[in-house]
Design a protein around this ligand. Structure first.
Ligand code: HEC
Length: 201
């Protein structure tokens, strides 16, 4: 039954991923002179920042879907942004992005594009990652995969009323044609490096 499924990876499986990989995958730093630092703590911190975003979004989407597709589209359109803004502060930002966008406003920032390509190229190995950004900040990403409930709005066979509404709202929509299990995009967070983490030498 789709309802009982975890749509996004639960925190527990994330923890296992971190525990399993003694060396957390760190991508190349974007700024010259900034060393990549090996820090499971950075990724764990990113995961804890994303947790409420994923939880609230999933709850809102579930509620929206129970009230019909119109309401669910409203949730995805407005609530996703509202939840992301509510969890963002001066220092912390969260959001979603994709290689196949529905809303162009979710376009990847420069640091996200290489991670998207990497995840797409090897979705079976896609794991959460932390990267060093400029100004000592950290970028953190978690891959998102398509689950059955997503197909109503992102699948190959979208019900006509949903398709029409989406076409009205998103004339440039590219986020359709997915199948269950496909790589869909990623959650991301940006935050300052917590003081207790070891920085570059
Ligand atoms: C009821 C329709 C609906 C369902 C169901 C739905 N989405 Fe979406 N999705 C949308 C809409 C509408 C947007 C555009 C949101 C915006 O304007 O920012 C969107 C945007 C996204 C984005 C942001 C990137 C982009 O393309 O703009 C991701 C990632 C995403 N959806 C993943 C999922 C996943 C994963 C699921 C299943 C867990 C899912 N969606 C279920 C309608 C839906």
């Amino acid at each position: 039954m789709v309802r009982s499924q975890a749509w996004y990876p639960p925190a527990a499986s994330m923890k296992r991923i971190f525990a399993a990989s003694a060396l957390v995958l760190i991508s190349l730093p974007v700024a010259a002179g900034e060393e990549a630092w090996n820090d499971a703590g950075a990724a764990a911190h990113g995961a804890s920042i994303l947790r409420p975003f994923k939880r609230d979004l999933q709850a809102a989407l579930r509620q929206g879907l129970s009230e019909g597709s119109e309401q669910a589209i409203r949730v995805c359109r407005l609530e996703a942004t509202r939840i992301a803004s509510a969890l963002s502060t001066d220092d912390v930002r969260v959001g979603r992005t994709s290689h196949k966008l529905r809303n162009p406003r979710n376009a990847p920032k420069p640091w996200m594009a290489p991670l998207l390509s990497e995840y797409r190229g090897n979705p079976k190995q896609a794991q959460p990652q932390a990267v060093a950004l400029e100004n000592g900040r950290i970028g953190y990403a978690e891959p998102i995969f398509v689950q059955p409930p997503c197909l109503t709005c992102h699948g190959e066979d979208i019900p006509p009323p949903v398709r029409e509404r989406l076409a009205e709202l998103y004339p440039e929509d590219r986020a359709t044609g997915f199948r269950s299990g496909d790589f869909r995009g990623m959650f991301w967070a940006e935050f300052p490096k917590p003081a207790e983490f070891p920085g570059p030498e």
